[in-house]
Design a protein around this ligand. Structure first.
Ligand code: FPP
Length: 231
């Protein structure tokens, strides 16, 4: 049976606005990230329910290293907590967990947790959750080009080669990109992979983006006409 074209196969989200959400309530930024982790859970649940094949989330960009050390460490702890807390849910619901990005620069305890949950869920055939961690679009294109050149001396690179050397290799390009918090930019995210992606921007801050808001985005997507440059 053909997949329902109204339901995107791959949804990617730039989760933005955690800091503003916290600030407007007089809290530290990390409180916003914590609440944002609840939105991650809610969106994953809906993706599972609707059988969305891939949900990828921009969790940490290569530019985020410029944030205060305390916030960065707080984000790593939160990610570890998320992985530990959500692994049973993932296993029960056939969610496959993956990470794409420059993982080598992450703290060892986090790399171990990522390796373990990736291995534990490798055979899951439901929704794949991809955390984009220490990722940027320019980093990805450059690492793909360099690796290709090293492994294929003297050969010209094709589009298909680029697809298979990117950190997202094996994952179809996103059908829908959602960015929360009113910012309407790609911010060095999946630059190559979003060539024909539909964009959906909302003013809602990430910690407030839950199932009803996700449904709204999917509803808007279902009304788009996609022509991929053809008539
Ligand atoms: C952007 O908001 C958000 C981030 C840089 C981090 C995203 C992290 C989470 C949602 C935490 C948990 C993630 C997982 C996968 C469990 P911002 O801090 O730039 O917000 P601002 O623009 O309002 O300052």
């Amino acid at each position: 049976m053909e997949a329902n074209p109204k339901i995107p196969q791959h949804v990617t989200i730039i989760m933005d606005g955690n800091g503003r959400w916290a600030k407007s309530r007089g809290h530290e930024r990390l409180v916003g990230h914590k609440e944002g982790a609840e939105s991650v859970r809610a969106c994953l649940e809906l993706a599972v329910e609707l059988k969305i094949k891939y949900l990828s989330l921009f969790a940490f960009s290569t530019e985020n290293w410029g944030r205060p050390e305390q916030e960065i460490q707080g984000l790593w702890s939160l990610l570890l907590e998320y992985i530990n807390k959500e692994t049973p849910y993932m296993l029960e619901n056939h969610v496959r967990f993956m990470v794409a990005g420059n993982v080598e620069q992450l703290p060892e305890y986090l790399r171990i947790a990522i390796r373990d949950v990736t291995e534990a869920t490798a055979a899951s055939d439901g929704t794949t959750l991809v955390l984009m961690l220490n990722y940027s679009g320019k980093w990805d294109i450059v690492q793909a080009a360099n690796r290709f050149a090293q492994e294929n001396p003297g050969r010209q690179m094709s589009w298909e080669d680029m697809d298979s050397y990117l950190a997202t290799s094996g994952i179809p390009d996103p059908d829908l990109l959602i960015r929360t918090s009113g910012e309407e930019r790609i911010s060095n995210y999946m630059l190559w992979q979003t060539a024909y992606t539909e964009f959906y921007f909302t003013d809602i801050l990430w910690p407030d983006f839950r199932k009803p808001e996700f449904r709204c985005a999917l509803e808007a997507y279902s009304k788009r006409e996609r022509r991929f440059g053809k008539l």
